[in-house]
Design a protein. Structure first.
Length: 465
């Protein structure tokens, strides 16, 4: 789930009459939603005459799409700005300009404070106002420092630029599609309800239109995104209220779309229809990221998760009854305030019961403005370290067992891109694990049956079956 990557979106070159195109370098931190947002920002900027560059040094605009989820993620942004400030100063000495923009959740959470702390920053723009990016840049070019974090709820999805064919093609045969934003759950450790605002669902017609555009440009696998994606709901064309399960049924009908996924889900929003979709839709991949965070009911209550460990286990049982081969993924936090050894043991016990194919685990990080910060009995850093190590050892063991269990099996693999080594091609398994094949195994966009021959580090080696 977590990733840090440099986005190199293939924005179309738009050299206007005014001369050479301006160059933008976008760096994306955090979750898949930020990856999607960076693409939408690149789209908006392409329409404004910018081309993407993969080197920061020659960019006219450096845009950091930031993450605020844990303290470390937020601090990384400031150290990166420090580095870019040097580049900006060097450019100024050579008589050219470099604009620095901070977008994403740190922008939303800290606003003008970013410019106070890092005066080299010209623009701060929150995730709900990206459609105003070209206008904001115009003001920056006029010499203003701009902070754009105010928005109206109904603004959320209305003004997003549509992805263009050339850009979709340049991004490959898998794509993200945001269907929901924001969170009303208010887990006591989490900044998301404050940075991304309350839950808003994108209308069915917009989602279907975007999925059709993706399919028409060759996309075979679509991952629906939302901070609480399974809280998505909307009015269907039949006049009925749809939930995510029904939406998936509709999207599965789009010719060309062979695979569907959704992330991230909250256990409380896994309704019967969504579980049934796992049974009924062959294109819905048998992999589910369903964070539980902890295994102790006392801690789950303090986290305001609104479910118990037994509720979660029962839910997994029902999902597995619907789709027996489903591989489970989760998120965990160790060292939440007040977590005792016994509470932590309950987390280990839950992990043993579920048996995860994949998981992400973090040390609790106190976030300003969240209720967790005010709680008593914060756990010592060494204790958090030790618990994280033990939890990760167990999760790694389960992940290894899962991966090794695949050797000798045949899996449907979506051929995605050329491999790092010559004569190799990389595909995607139903569980997201990359599958490495001989380049003749299939064409990009094809789904082939592959037999797993051996495993690498979080990857699979296979031959065409
Ligand atoms: N400290 C540690 N981990 C956190 N997460 C969210 N907030 C915090 C925090 N304050 C983790 C949760 C969530 C994932 C995206 O990040 O596990 O599911
Ligand atoms: Fe954060 Fe909880 Fe909302 Fe997930 S459900 S985004 S962890 S508040």
């Amino acid at each position: 789930m977590e990733l840090e990557q440099i986005s190199q979106d293939g924005a179309e070159t738009l050299k206007g009459a005014a001369g050479a195109a301006k160059k933008v370098f976008v760096k994306t931190y955090g979750c898949q939603m930020n990856v999607y947002d960076s693409q939408r920002m690149s789209d908006a900027l392409a329409a404004d005459g910018y081309v993407a560059t993969s080197t920061m040094e020659d960019a006219d605009l450096v845009l950091l799409n930031t993450c605020h989820i844990r303290e470390k993620a937020a601090e990384k942004v400031y150290s990166e700005i420090g580095r870019i400030r040097e580049l900006k100063a060097e450019r100024a000495r050579n008589g050219s300009e470099m604009v620095i923009g901070v977008a994403g959740c740190v922008a939303q959470a800290e606003g003008r404070e970013i410019i106070r702390r890092a005066p080299a920053v010209d623009l701060v723009i929150g995730p709900q106002t990206y459609h105003r990016l070209p206008e904001a840049l115009k003001k920056v070019r006029g010499g203003e420092k701009v902070v754009e974090t105010e928005y109206a709820l109904e603004d959320k999805f209305d003004h997003l630029p549509e992805p263009r064919r050339a850009e979709i093609i340049s991004r490959g045969v898998t794509a993200f599609l945001t269907v929901q934003e924001g969170c009303d759950k208010f887990c006591t450790f989490c900044v998301v309800p404050y940075t991304r605002g309350s839950e808003v669902s994108r209308p069915v017609a917009q989602i279907v239109a975007e999925a059709e555009r993706l399919a028409a440009a060759g996309v075979r696998e679509v991952t629906l995104l939302g901070q609480n994606v399974n809280a998505w709901h909307g009015e269907g064309p039949d006049g009925n209220e749809w939930g995510l399960g029904r939406l998936l049924v509709r999207l599965a009908e789009i010719p060309g779309i062979a695979r569907l996924r959704y992330t991230t889900s909250h256990p409380r929003d896994m309704d019967d229809e969504l579980i049934a979709a796992h049974r009924d839709l062959p294109s819905l991949m048998p992999y589910l990221h369903l964070p539980v965070q902890a295994g102790s009911d006392r801690i789950l209550k303090a986290m305001n998760r609104k479910h118990t460990a037994a509720d979660y286990l029962r839910l997994i049982e029902r999902i597995r009854a619907a789709r027996p081969d489903i591989a489970m993924s989760g998120d965990f936090i160790v060292g939440f305030p007040g977590e005792t050894d016994e509470d932590f043991e309950a987390t280990l016990e839950l992990v043993r019961e579920v048996n995860y194919a994949q998981a992400f685990s973090f040390k609790y990080s106190s976030r300003p403005g969240t209720p967790g910060t005010e709680m008593k009995d914060h756990v010592a850093e060494e204790v958090k370290d030790e618990r994280l190590q033990r939890l990760q050892a167990l999760l790694n063991e389960q992940q290894t067992t899962f991966i090794e269990g695949l050797v000798g099996k045949t899996v449907e693999t979506l051929i995605e891109k050329p491999g790092r080594q010559p004569k190799q091609i990389v595909g995607r398994s139903p569980w997201l694990l990359p599958v490495i094949l001989d380049e003749n195994a299939g064409k990009i966009g094809e789904i082939v049956t592959a037999r797993i021959t051996s495993t690498g580090h979080a990857s699979l080696f296979a031959e065409r079956a």
